[in-house]
Ligand binder design. Structure first.
Ligand SMILES: [Zn+2]
Length: 334
């Protein structure tokens, strides 16, 4: 039995052909705003996922934290307690709704399963496609793809050899290396593939992988290239990290060691940032370092985050928000 944690149902409800959304009383104030205009995202789904039938139930929960998705029950729990009634946050919530709906579509309608023996590679495609459809449906694909491309340039292009290992150990990467732009890389890759073979053939690729066939074989048959070659062509066409064009929207307000290992950095930005996803930190050897924040402090224009620089004195930060990029250096302790 699945116990639905801490949910206090309110009277509020949204109901359409595809989904119903129930709201917790504690986030009732935001509820109407966060779902306003969702009809146009659903229209995108209706056009691009022909014959899709769904009776998904979403629970808008209070609090912050992971938002579990129960594929068996087909219920989706989104913790929306930390969102504010601003268009940026509404976009994130609606993206999450269509992202999860895309997984359901691939599972239930297309027959694409995440087989244990091909877990990483299937997740790479599955999550990249869910990101792609989520952002297409809310008309944000271009600028969100620019973000995903830039993150991939800065981290993946600089060190492409690690990518395959990270895909193969998907769970460890996503849960233990939260700062690594895995979802951005998968989205950037799917954006590239969609451009190359088109949306229809991309869906066909998922459809062809619904039986016993090996997914790498299906990829090769559909695209004419083996997966590692495809990854290489995608990486090759990404901008060089040094050639990304920059703007000024971000400032460091303080930086100080709070312990032997932890450097705390204060910032101010014109755009709301989730530093774990929007700030990429590299040390002098070009290795990416972990960025951490208090979970409830996501998407703020001023805030703090922690870096764990080891013995490094100079850190290079790339701040990426949508299609805006800026680079900043920190000299530790200065
Ligand atoms: Zn997902």
């Amino acid at each position: 039995m699945y116990v639905l944690g801490d949910f206090q149902p309110s009277e509020l409800k949204y109901q359409s052909n595809y989904l119903q959304i129930l709201s917790d009383t504690r986030i009732a104030e935001h509820f109407s705003y966060l779902i306003s205009g969702i009809e146009s995202a659903e229209k995108w789904v209706c056009t691009n996922f022909p014959n899709f039938q769904s009776t998904l139930t979403y629970f808008f929960m209070s609090g912050t934290g992971p938002s579990p998705f129960n594929a068996t029950l087909g219920d989706i729990y989104l913790k929306v307690g930390h969102y504010n009634p601003v268009s940026h946050d509404r976009e994130i919530v609606q993206h999450a709704i269509i992202h999860e709906m895309t997984h359901i579509y691939l599972r239930n309608q297309i027959g694409f399963k995440i087989r244990q023996d091909e877990f990483g590679i299937r997740k790479f495609f599955d999550e990249g496609f869910a990101q792609y459809c989520g952002f297409q449906s809310i008309n944000a694909c271009k600028r969100k793809l620019a973000h995903a491309d830039a993150c991939s340039s800065v981290v993946v292009k600089r060190n492409p050899r690690n990518l395959i290992d990270r895909i193969n150990s998907w769970q460890r990467t996503v849960f233990k290396e939260k700062h690594y732009p895995m979802y951005q890389a998968s989205f950037s890759f799917i954006g590239y593939l969609e451009e190359a073979i088109g949306f229809y053939d991309l869906l066909q690729l998922f459809r062809n992988a619904n039986g016993e066939s090996s997914f790498p074989d299906v990829i090769q048959r559909k695209t004419g290239a083996v997966f590692t070659e495809l990854l290489k062509s995608w990486i090759d066409q990404l901008d060089e990290p040094g050639e990304l064009s920059e703007e000024e929207f971000f400032q460091i307000t303080k930086s100080a060691r709070v312990s032997n290992t932890c450097l705390q950095v204060g910032y101010q930005s014109m755009y709301p940032l989730y530093p774990v996803k929007n700030i990429l930190v590299l040390n002098e050897s070009g290795e990416q370092l972990e960025v951490a924040i208090t979970r409830s402090k996501r998407y703020q224009k001023t805030g703090e985050f922690n870096i764990f620089p080891g013995n490094c004195k100079t850190l290079s930060l790339t701040i990426v928000f949508d299609d805006h990029i800026q680079k900043v250096e920190i000299n530790d302790g200065v």
